[in-house]
Design a protein around this ligand. Structure first.
Ligand code: NAP
Ligand code: SF4
Length: 672
């Protein structure tokens, strides 16, 4: 008897029955563009082995002009066909099913060749699109249909037609991007003609025994987006045109409302999908910020959808489904929705992976093989680097002992947990604790390891982390504290606060200081109000008429940096704008290009870029000026002639984050 009866109910699609209600949603990894399809096949096959009912590939271009960028992958050549055949074969051999997403980017394409219903440039691409004429429109439809036919020919079980997130099909639907006056523009019937024609002609081309998913934007979150009546009208038309399943899209890419970041509450948008339940006769899938079997089960149990899509959670743990089915949910590596190794990588043109699971999309080059000869391994420091090394080394069969002078594991992760909007870090630390147990790591907390303690180990790993940097600002009185003091509650900030240093931690601390009470991430109503999200049945595209309504900050906070650039510029590509917007809503002043002259009881004395000298009156000054490596133990061991591996912050402190620490730990553990 499963713990998740709704999740493990089969889904009958007529010609095929899916074994459960879990879809692996589309995620672009960049592996296809790399051209190594053995690696692409290994990535999908690994996830098929994990028992997911159906997977959707990353977006494949139907033609050159529709690719998200020049050189975007697609099924355009014979070579492409052979390559994709490897993928479908590997997935089927592993007992899985896979659908290919057809993604035409329209005006979102980062390419001078981009095309769109009207020549309206998007705010997220520098290239103005060319307006399509009648022949151009026919070509786009024919190319999408051909992509679907080819997908079937190479063995895919279905296609997903990307009709949401503001891409090409979505651009036809709304007057914001469709200014046409011919049969493809004007009335809603005309504007939806293209998406509906695409579905009808795809169905005609692929026959009845092939899955056709239509990803439909249910809440556009942009001005002049679709009304709810239009959403329902489109859903009916898409069903009639032959779609097997409707998947949910939330928000256009240009929307200024976060939709998948970690600060978005879990299942924040399933209520939108639920509004469509009962309106169509085909299954409806919901998505966004669903990352545990418990959440997924609850979504299905309360009738919000027929099936649940999760994308990033399958990067974090390919065995999500298998573990949920066999009562081992606690061992599922949690996706913390950080975007740091997946979407941020994609936007930086790097291969996507996962902060929690560096093996994701590296299945062939990062292998955790059973240890040929088990060794005794001593690791000092139970932060992300030490934890990652410990569980992987122990999982390979080594005998691992993990020391930390603190009385709990987690290191700097315990600070991240305290930030409103970063609650997912609790799950990450809990998962590490479970895995230490599962892999029988001997945990010695509250113990300061010395060189003598480590003498009997075959391999010694020093992951002692970092200490906060002292910026050396002349100080004569005043309440000066470090970020760690504030986040651990050792110190409490006054009403007027200057935050010195605007890196990731300066932003996090400012977030911490401008909230009080329950985090909006844990209260959906508050979060929707904070970001100005309304019921699309009441307000077009789900935008509240009064806009964002954040709760007021309990403090006046100013955030400083020396660099004469926009504070927050170096934060994550896909999340930096959310951090900046969130602090702006709380009235935080963000000031770059300053030098710090001195601190006294009156506050922080600075000189601005233009030479103006200024006193920033404040009750508390929080130093968030980076860290330095804590190498004391490493140096002591080396002084005694011991050979040690130094990893994480102890190795290199600058811009250390959990992604780098976990990755370094994993690679070392794989090599021992
Ligand atoms: P950081 O990102 O390196 O930022 C340090 C800040 O201190 C910078 O603003 C720097 O800017 C300033 N600074 C450096 N030396 C200084 C000095 N001697 N005097 C005065 N100011 C100085 O470090 P962090 O904020 O401590 O974060 C540590 C790591 O954790 C980073 O890699 C960060 O990305 C990561 N992290 C990530 C997130 C996330 O959301 N992804 C959140 C938290 C932390 P100026 O030199 O311009 O003043
Ligand atoms: Fe999830 Fe972060 Fe991993 Fe991406 S990198 S899959 S968001 S945990």
């Amino acid at each position: 008897m499963t713990q998740y009866p709704h999740l493990f109910q089969p889904l009958d699609l007529g010609h095929v029955t899916l074994p459960n209600r879990i879809l692996m949603g589309s995620m672009h990894t960049g592996l296809e563009e790399l051209g190594d399809f053995n690696r692409v096949a290994a990535y999908y096959a690994r996830r098929a082995e994990g028992g997911v009912a159906l997977m959707v590939t990353g977006g494949m271009a139907p033609n050159r002009e529709g690719g998200v960028m020049p050189g975007a992958a697609g099924l355009l050549s014979d070579k492409d066909m052979q390559n994709h055949g490897k993928v479908t074969q590997a997935v089927h051999d592993a007992g899985g099913r896979i659908a290919m997403q057809i993604l035409h980017a329209g005006r979102y394409a980062y390419s001078p060749e981009c095309v769109a219903p009207s020549p309206v440039k998007s705010p997220i691409s520098p290239f103005p699109p060319a307006e399509l004429d009648e022949d151009g429109i026919e070509k786009q439809i024919a190319d999408i249909v051909e992509a679907a036919r080819r997908a079937r020919d190479v063995g895919y079980d279905g296609v997903e037609i990307m009709g949401s997130e503001g891409y090409f099909l979505n651009q036809f639907l709304v007057t914001h991007t469709n200014k046409r006056t011919d049969r493809w523009g004007g009335t809603y019937e005309n504007r939806m003609r293209l998406p509906v024609d695409v579905v009808r002609r795809v169905r005609q081309a692929v026959g009845d025994d092939f899955i056709v998913i239509y990803r439909l934007s249910m809440i556009d979150l942009v001005p002049n987006g679709s009304t709810w009546d239009e959403v329902v009208q489109l859903a009916h038309a898409v069903e009639k045109a032959g779609a097997s399943i409707i998947n949910t899209g939330i928000g256009w890419h240009e929307a200024r409302i976060p939709t998948i970041a970690t600060s978005v509450p879990r299942r924040a948008f399933t209520w939108v999908t639920k509004k469509l339940m009962g309106a169509v006769h085909i299954p409806v899938i919901t998505s966004n910020r669903i990352n545990t079997p418990e959440t997924a089960e609850a979504v299905l149990a309360d009738g919000s959808a027929d099936m649940v899509s999760m994308a990033r959670p399958f990067l974090a743990d390919p065995d999500f489904v298998k573990k949920a089915r066999t009562g081992r949910s606690k061992t599922i590596a949690p996706c913390i929705a950080c975007n740091q190794a997946c979407l941020d990588h994609t936007f930086e043109m790097k291969i996507a992976s996962c902060l929690v699971n560096p093996q994701a999309a590296h299945e062939t080059d990062l292998v955790y093989a059973p240890a040929a000869k088990p060794k005794k391994i001593g690791i000092v420091g139970a932060g992300p680097a030490g934890l990652s090394t410990a569980i992987i080394a122990a999982g390979r069969g080594h005998k691992v002992t993990l020391f930390d002078r603190a009385d709990r594991i987690g290191g700097q992760l315990n600070l991240a947990k305290e930030i409103p909007g970063k609650e997912e870090f609790h799950g990450l630390v809990d998962w590490f604790a479970t895995m230490l147990d599962e892999t029988a790591v001997a945990l010695r907390l509250g113990e300061e390891a010395k060189p003598g303690t480590l003498a009997g180990f075959d391999e010694i790993i020093i992951a002692t982390g970092v200490t906060p940097r002292d910026p050396g600002i002349p100080t004569d009185g005043g309440h000066v504290v470090s970020y760690a003091d504030i986040l651990t509650g050792r110190e409490t900030a006054g009403k007027r606060v200057a935050v010195v240093g605007a890196g990731g931690i300066g932003f996090d601390v400012s977030e911490f200081l401008t909230h009080e009470g329950q985090s909006p991430t844990e209260n959906l109503e508050d979060w929707l109000q904070e970001w100005g999200v309304a019921d699309p049945g009441d307000y077009r595209a789900g935008l509240a008429p009064d806009g964002p309504q954040p709760s007021p900050s309990p403090r006046k906070v100013s955030l400083f940096q020396r660099k004469a650039e926009r504070p927050g510029k170096r934060l994550g590509k896909t999340t930096g704008w959310i951090h900046r917007a969130s602090l702006q809503m709380k009235g935080v002043q963000m000031i770059g290009g300053v030098s710090y002259d001195r601190i006294d009881r009156a506050g922080l004395h600075i000189t601005r870029q233009d030479g103006t000298v200024e006193l920033v009156p404040c009750d508390t000054i929080v130093l968030c000026v980076g860290q330095e490596s804590d190498r004391r133990l490493a140096d002591a061991c080396e002084a005694e002639g011991m050979k040690v591996h130094v990893i994480g912050g102890a190795d290199f402190a600058a811009e250390l984050d959990a992604k780098r620490a976990i990755d370094q730990g994993a690679r070392l553990a794989a090599s021992l």
